[in-house]
Design a protein around this ligand. Structure first.
Ligand SMILES: Cc1cc2nc3c(=O)[nH]c(=O)nc-3n(C[C@H](O)[C@H](O)[C@H](O)COP(=O)(O)O)c2cc1C
Length: 420
């Protein structure tokens, strides 16, 4: 008997597996209502930093071997004391209404692939729900609210089982994008539903996912709810609290580290958003355990250089005192090995997993992590290495002037062209 090929059984069924993060992004664009897709693209002003984060990786080249490759290759290591099966962590993002399972789906995928989940304080799911599905969750906080409120939020994250605190401080409330910002309603009430209907009605797959889940997208921030069952603020309410909180000093950073250590019994603290050597040195003085070299994925001050260009000078100075991770522009396994070779212990991903989540929920996030894993493995194979521990800068082709030592206290009056 002749068996029919699978595609003849159901020629309209799309294979949900995708082969690259770029394809996941295409699928996300097709599936999501336009304002939601635009909210994930994010970026600020001209988008120079957002684009530069990705294009800077393309400036670094490989010098592969033709034979003598290694049959066994390893990419596991520890990050802040936690074993990860690949050096790629989930960076915290305020996911909003991309998928009904939101951060719970992301956390499940991260757990199944053996890596760490970063959960934003602007997340759409609570820290309790997320820690229940993934016991290695790091909770992220902005400097928002008064000190009592911050202590209460740290206590809640610790009680829920968060294994580390990430403080993200690189935000300057810059408004406006040259390509226009998406309209995000305060809440999805009837008025908003009617207004957004034309944009949503054309996206049946996205609508159907929420229909099946039995709820409409919720634009609140449950991790910022007051204690004792108070209602979660809306995204805009939470943003207002943040905008009206006086910005933190370095003493405040020390205060935050001290509070978290005392509440949590010494769990690790990461400061996210460093792109200068002098700030990295100050962070070390504040007692942090890790820093993330990050420019918020190009969503903060546009014109900030690509993170991969500022990584090595920072890692060279503080890498023996704190763990250094990098985020910004990671879209493939080869980007990961480049960052590791320049001093990162691991990388964190933002948009890459958001595209996977939007395209195919938990499976899509797992798909993205698998793409990165196989890309790291290919790079190790081609370079003749048996472990990520063997990666070093001299194995790559790196243009002169690539590394930018921003804020180097020993180089007063630096005038290089910084953006690239
Ligand atoms: C839509 C979106 C929302 C984000 N929300 C947060 C957040 O709530 N907290 C945070 O620390 N970083 C946030 N980030 C920054 C990411 O954690 C990460 O630094 C950035 O996405 C890395 O760049 P990449 O997207 O090119 O991987 C957000 C980024 C995006 C794109």
């Amino acid at each position: 008997m002749v068996t029919k090929p699978a595609w003849l059984e159901n020629p309209w069924k799309q294979n949900p597996w995708f082969e690259s993060v770029a394809i996941a992004q295409q699928r996300a664009k097709k599936r999501l209502p336009e304002p939601l897709y635009a909210a994930l693209v994010a970026g600020s002003e001209r988008g120079t930093t957002m684009d530069g984060n990705q294009s800077a990786f393309a400036q670094i080249g490989f010098a592969p071997h033709v034979a003598g490759h290694q049959a066994q290759r390893s990419m596991s290591r520890t990050v802040l004391g936690h074993e990860v099966s690949l050096p790629v962590l989930i960076s915290p993002t305020g996911v909003q209404a991309v998928h009904p399972d939101g951060e719970v789906a992301v956390a499940r995928a991260a757990a199944s692939r053996g890596t760490i989940m970063g959960l934003s304080n602007f997340a759409s799911k609570s820290v309790e729900e997320v820690c229940a599905v993934h016991d290695t969750t790091f909770f992220q906080m902005y400097w928002t609210g008064d000190r009592d409120v911050m202590i209460q939020r740290m206590q809640r994250a610790h009680n829920a089982g968060a294994k580390a605190l990430i403080a993200t401080l690189d935000w300057s409330f810059s408004m406006g994008r040259d390509w226009g910002s998406p309209e995000i309603p305060e809440k999805i009430d009837l008025k908003a539903q009617i207004r957004l209907a034309p944009k949503v009605i054309t996206k049946p797959a996205w609508l159907w996912a929420f229909g099946r889940a039995g709820h409409i997208p919720d634009l609140t921030a449950p991790n910022l709810a007051p204690p004792n069952g108070g209602a979660a603020p809306t995204f805009f309410g939470a943003y207002y609290e943040w905008m009206t909180t006086p910005p933190p000093s370095w003493d405040d950073v020390t205060w935050m580290v001290t509070q978290w250590k005392s509440i949590s019994g010494g769990k690790p603290f990461m400061l996210k958003g460093i792109c200068r050597i002098d700030d990295a040195l100050r962070a070390v003085d504040c007692g942090v355990d890790a820093i993330s070299v990050s420019n918020h994925g190009g969503n903060n001050l546009d014109g900030t250089p690509a993170t991969i260009r500022v990584l090595k000078p920072i890692a060279d100075r503080v890498g023996d005192q704190v763990e250094v991770v990098l985020d910004g522009g990671i879209r493939r396994g080869s980007d990961v090995v480049k960052a590791l070779a320049l001093g990162a212990r691991a990388v964190m991903i933002g948009r890459a997993y958001l595209w996977g989540l939007a395209a195919n929920g938990e499976t899509g996030v797992g798909n993205v992590l698998d793409i990165l894993r196989s890309g790291i493995d290919s790079a190790l194979l081609g370079m003749g290495l048996s472990s990520i521990d063997e990666l070093s800068e001299d194995q790559f082709v790196i243009p002169d002037g690539f590394h930018l030592p921003l804020g180097d206290p020993s180089r007063v009056g630096m005038t290089e062209t910084l953006v690239g």
